[in-house]
Design a binder for this molecule. Sequence first.
Ligand code: GRF
Length: 201
Amino acid sequence: MLLRKRVAILISGRGSNMSALIEAARAPDYPAEIVGIISNRAAAEGLEIARRESLPVAVHSLKNYPDEIATDRAISQTLESWGVDMVCLAGFMRILSAQFTQRWQDRLINIHPSLLPKFKGVDTHRRAIDAGEKKHGCSVHFVVPELDAGPVIARSSVPVLPGDTPETLADRVLLAEHRLYPRALKKALQRLPESAQQPAA
Ligand code: GRF
């Protein structure tokens, strides 16, 4: 019998990558089940989608805690109460503390809209066009304290076409993201060390 790993998703906005993961996990042979969604913004559109899917949701916003460390501790507590094996960042627009990323080391992955190690950080589509790139795309990587610098699990590329604007290129990359993330999560789960499956207290 397939033992499905328990996966939570952290979002800040529309949640289209979250939806792609939820969709993939509907397949009985997919090795993960989505057990909850956390947002740092109560108004994140993706939370509505999660509620419609009857998934547990939680909001942990920086403004409700004394500092970043306390906020991240609250996120960890929620994840642990859900018995989570792996955490997926999907448009989570806050940089998590080093304490958090170390606590979830090897169990925390992110999708980034560039072919890493190119174009870490923000505004990746405009920067790719300005640099005259012929190819652009997205990457899923393990999260480490340094921004967008963890080991890459999988990448997917798309062409940069003449006349592309950051918006047209972003749309093309987003379609690739939705295909890539479920595949990369599956791959990351295969690498999950047994010892990493129960979070440390
Ligand atoms: C995606 O482009 C993702 O790569 C980036 O933020 C965006 C989130 O979009 N990290 P969505 O909320 O998944 O629709």
